[in-house]
Design a protein around this ligand. Structure first.
Ligand code: GLA
Length: 389
């Protein structure tokens, strides 16, 4: 068991006295609905069975002692719950610190310190939300240790708040929501404008979800993520002059085509086009799945990638190579980049009998073109956060 080795590490570093809790929060993959969550659109992510393990214990003083088995070289990082202040990404401890800070901002004061050891089996910075996983995990631990009266949906909102205000990344709600609300075997069809959601079973008869990791690292903070948000906001304010809407997600494709000339800047117009069409594609994709039309679902995934590549411009040669090579393999139902983009991972639906060939062919072509290897994960859809011991 992975958690047993994390617990052993905790005891080795911090001793075994007192009440020690062992916890897990998943990572997530988004099947379709990319860069729609800050445009009042729909998303369709699911939690994974890979994620972040955390072992924690309350302290009597104000100290925070944090250790990550993924960054062993950094050793134990010590700080205090006093004077936590929003700052730009320094090291991974900004994620748990940001959540402690965010609870305080919401009127739930964390009044003593804690010892915490983490281990994540999600590749870091890969677009599978390792950071949101740490945020939701921290919130889940704080709720358990301090008895705060918050729901899992609140944990998602607090996680997002901490990422926005403490870590300076203007992310939407998708990642934290998918992680906090995950359900095994299901994706979450979430309307980010209202937070209404429904669980949709993912029944892929004779097919698997395969994640291909480009191994091109990306930090959301220094990527163009915030720039894309700004472009969408600018497009929205221009189109609002000719049609009354609250968000780009309110538009149908037809309405967009009718009013798009109100967006003067060509780049912003393309960004808005993606946001509108991707939202509609997501609605259609969930409908297709309900009708057991996995083929159509795959086609919509492919169209999503093309739009992210050409109109939203968040892919890059690494993700494009993974997807375009995937499309060539027999037995691939659909393939697209997932997450923020600019590096990270792709998600593909691959027929069972084609999985080995997929990994071999896409892997070889990627290495040949990019010069280093990609990693592949055949994943399962898991539950939200849990206390393991
Ligand atoms: C990141 C953000 C999400 C979402 C995706 C793009 O993962 O954290 O809120 O915007 O990018 O769909």
């Amino acid at each position: 068991m992975i958690w047993e080795s994390v617990l052993a590490k905790f005891k080795e570093l911090f001793g075994d006295e007192g009440e020690i809790g062992v916890y897990f929060a998943p990572g997530r993959v988004n099947m379709i609905g990319e860069h729609t969550d800050y445009n009042g659109g729909h998303v369709f992510p699911c939690a994974l069975t890979i994620g972040t393990y955390g072992v924690a214990r309350k302290r009597e003083d104000k100290k925070l002692r944090f250790y990550s088995m993924n960054f062993e070289g950094l050793g134990v990082l010590e700080s205090s719950i006093e004077g936590l202040k929003p700052e730009k990404e320094a090291d991974w401890t900004n994620y748990p610190k940001g959540v402690i800070w965010a609870f305080g901002e919401k009127g739930m004061r964390v009044d003593c310190g804690m010892d915490l050891v983490l281990f994540g089996n999600i590749p870091n910075g890969s677009g599978l939300s390792s950071s949101a996983s740490v945020e939701v995990l921290t919130g889940f631990i704080l709720r358990d240790m301090f008895g705060f009266d918050v729901t899992n949906q609140d944990l998602a909102l607090i996680g997002q708040y901490s990422e926005n205000k403490f870590n300076g990344v203007n992310c939407g709600i998708m990642d934290q929501f998918a992680i906090a609300m995950g359900k095994a075997g299901h994706a979450i069809f979430l309307d980010t404008a209202t937070l209404k959601y429904e669980y949709a079973p993912i029944k892929l008869e004779n097919a698997k979800i395969v994640i291909s990791c480009s191994n091109k690292k990306r930090g959301l903070g220094d990527s163009k993520y915030n720039e894309r948000r700004g472009e969408c906001e600018s497009a929205l304010s221009q189109i609002k002059e000719v049609i009354e809407i609250g968000a780009l997600g309110d538009l149908t494709e037809e309405q967009f085509e009718q009013h798009k000339d109100a967006i003067k800047d060509e780049v912003c117009r393309r960004r808005a086009k993606h946001a509108v069409y991707e939202n509609q594609r997501t609605v259609k994709a969930v409908e297709a799945l309900k009708n057991n039309d996995v083929k159509l679902f795959g086609e919509l995934m492919n169209a999503s990638h093309v739009s992210l590549r050409d109109d939203y411009e968040v892919t890059g040669v690494e993700l494009d190579t993974l997807v375009e090579e995937a499309w060539k393999v027999d037995g691939v139902i659909g393939s697209r980049m997932t997450g923020a983009g600019f590096g990270g991972c792709t998600v593909s639906i691959v027929k069972d009998e084609a999985v080995d060939a997929f990994i071999e062919k896409v892997g070889a072509a990627y290495k040949e073109k990019i010069g280093y290897a990609a990693d592949f994960y055949v994943v399962e859809i898991g539950d939200g956060p849990v206390k393991l011991a």
